[in-house]
Design a protein around this ligand. Structure first.
Ligand code: R5P
Length: 289
């Protein structure tokens, strides 16, 4: 078994290798002058089961192509099996056509990963579980929830918790979280989007008055969704608001929104490298290694 890291999140790859009591495999990854990706394995993988750790986080296209080239290098070096470990799967939100003449980039991405030569994929908190079906190879789908739940339970924040989904699409995820959090009650924010990365909060279904609200989502990108939801929860009388999201994409102006005083704490994981996140006092990063 060999584990190699791409350049997207070497610290997570190192932690995973360390957990397994192994060293990371040696690999040379660089860019040519024109930006093309070059990969050379620095050790034999002939007959090995190879795991490539590479979240396709921002810069998404760069990291994605790097993953393709890494897979191709392993295939051409006669690896027995190649597992693409993709803790954050870029393009996951492009999982269906919402208007005519759009692409389904999540499916295209799945095709390209398979075509490059991966035999198996490991992903964490896919935006929609159904996207596993885009792959004709085995997909292991793991979750950040257990580490977040363990952390929250350790904090013993309150008995009066309500778990909140910041949009209707995330209800199943939030319901599962609530169930594991001592069967906490559930509330739902009815969000209507006006455009890409522009979120508008409309209504709250459920009661948060005087309670500690725990918002649960798969990702924070620009933080529009979570910040609008938090503002609504505060308006509706929530005592404190926590945000629990696996993927901290944090595109601008996420940091400003998250550190504006709406949140008691913003709890994320390291599927995307912490280096990308400008730290702020309310931020906690947990490891999924
Ligand atoms: C949407 O369906 C997702 O689950 C997230 O809520 C959304 O993509 C987060 O994006 P942003 O932080 O830009 O609102």
């Amino acid at each position: 078994l060999r584990i190699f890291s791409g350049t997207a999140n070497p610290s997570l790859a190192k932690e995973i290798a360390c957990y397994l009591g192994m060293d990371l495999g040696k690999i040379n990854i660089k860019r040519f002058a024109d930006g093309e990706v070059y990969v050379q394995l620095q050790e034999s993988v002939r007959g090995c089961d190879v795991f490539l750790v590479q979240p396709t986080c921002p810069p998404v296209n760069e990291n994605l192509v790097e993953l393709f080239v890494m897979i191709d290098a392993c295939r051409r070096a006669s690896a027995r099996s190649i597992t693409a470990v993709i803790p954050y799967f870029g393009y996951a939100r492009a999982d269906r056509k919402t208007q005519g003449r759009e692409s389904i980039a999540a499916k295209l991405t799945a095709n390209l990963i398979t075509e490059a030569g991966a035999n198996r994929v490991l992903v964490c908190d896919l935006h929609s579980g159904q996207s596993m079906g885009y792959f004709d190879i085995v997909v292991d789908h793991v979750y950040g929830q257990p580490v977040i739940l363990e952390y929250l339970e350790g904090k013993q924040i309150s008995r009066d918790i309500v778990v909140v989904s910041p949009d209707v699409g995330g209800v199943a995820r939030a319901r599962g979280f609530a169930k594991k959090l001592s069967d906490a009650p559930l509330a739902i924010v009815d969000k209507r989007r006006q455009g890409h990365n522009v979120a508008e909060v409309m209504n709250l279904i459920g009661d948060v008055k005087g309670k500690v609200a725990v918002l649960v989502d798969d990702m924070i990108d620009t933080a529009g969704t979570i910040a609008n939801a938090a503002a609504l929860l505060k308006d509706e009388g929530a005592r404190a608001v926590y945000a629990c999201c696996t993927h901290a994409v944090f595109s601008p102006p996420a940091i400003e929104r998250l550190s504006s005083g709406l949140f008691e704490e913003v709890i994320v994981t390291n599927t995307i490298p912490p280096a990308l996140k400008n730290d702020f006092p309310q931020l906690t990063v947990l490891s999924v290694a």
